[in-house]
Design a protein around this ligand. Structure first.
Ligand code: 6PG
Length: 242
């Protein structure tokens, strides 16, 4: 199937369109099930989207019915400069009336990341109460090496078929991380992958070409998504890519 690709001039433009589309996804989930689950990512690209959701789009979101989770987290305290929770807090959480009880960060206070991964899986099982979680909206990015969430090329976590959350050693700083697994990510009702910058173009071209394996470029695993998968790209990322 041809990937659903939306190309916009720059991060600001793609974030505007992604925010408007996200508001509709959230609205649909709440009308259907009374609540909406969103998995947030880290990295720099989603900052603009979070800022928009916290400002001009904020009044269009029934925040009291929104539950926020994380697709991955660096194993650092929540106030650490590398924390994905901290990034989302500063750009989004601090500015919207989402109840604290609806915010579900990945825990990083356990003695081992493995214990933390098991704890987060329990959190997800409590919320979703079903065989697999199905996030209404998973917001993801892609690194220059093709990683998505904290699933890096060649990672044993890519072979996970039953676990929902994995503790991984990333070939990037900080190395200790938690991540949702591919079987969880592909079950999301809607997935947005935000990719910007010319440094991503060579890998993006191969990922969207559909001929590489997830073990090589983990973002390629998202092509097996069972829901709606949209790639929100800026022009630089699509240089020679489409
Ligand atoms: C993380 C991420 C990661 C990110 C990509 C893209 O915690 O590092 O969740 O998967 O989305 O590295 O990051 P940029 O948007 O900064 O390029």
């Amino acid at each position: 199937m041809t990937p659903d690709v939306r190309v916009h001039a720059d991060v600001e433009a793609l974030s505007q369109r992604a925010a408007a589309a996200a508001v509709e996804v959230i609205d649909r989930a709440i009308r259907t099930a009374g609540r909406c689950s969103i998995a947030l990512s880290g990295g720099s690209t989603p900052r603009t989207l979070y800022r928009l959701l916290a400002s001009e789009f904020s009044d269009s979101v029934p925040w009291r019915s929104v539950h926020l989770f994380w697709g991955d987290e660096r194993y650092v305290p929540p106030d650490h400069v590398d924390s994905n929770y901290r990034m989302a807090k500063e750009t989004l959480l601090d500015h919207v009336p989402c109840p604290a009880a609806n915010v579900h960060p990945m825990p990083t206070q356990w003695p081992s990341p493995d214990a933390a991964a098991r704890d987060y899986e329990r959190t997800l099982r409590d919320y979703f109460a079903s065989d697999w979680p199905r996030f209404d909206l998973a917001l993801l990015g892609m690194g220059e090496d093709g990683h998505t969430a904290s699933l890096f090329p060649g990672s044993p976590a890519l072979r996970e078929r039953t676990g929902w959350v994995a503790a991984v050693e990333a070939p990037a700083a900080p190395p200790r991380r938690l991540t949702l697994t591919l079987p969880v990510l592909i079950r999301s009702v809607t997935t947005y992958v935000l990719v910007a910058g010319s440094s991503k173009a060579p890998v993006l071209r191969q990922v969207l070409g559909g001929t590489v394996e997830a073990n090589t470029y983990p973002a390629a695993g998202l092509l097996s998504s069972e829901g709606t998968l949209i790639w929100w790209l800026d022009q630089d990322a699509t240089r020679d890519a489409l």
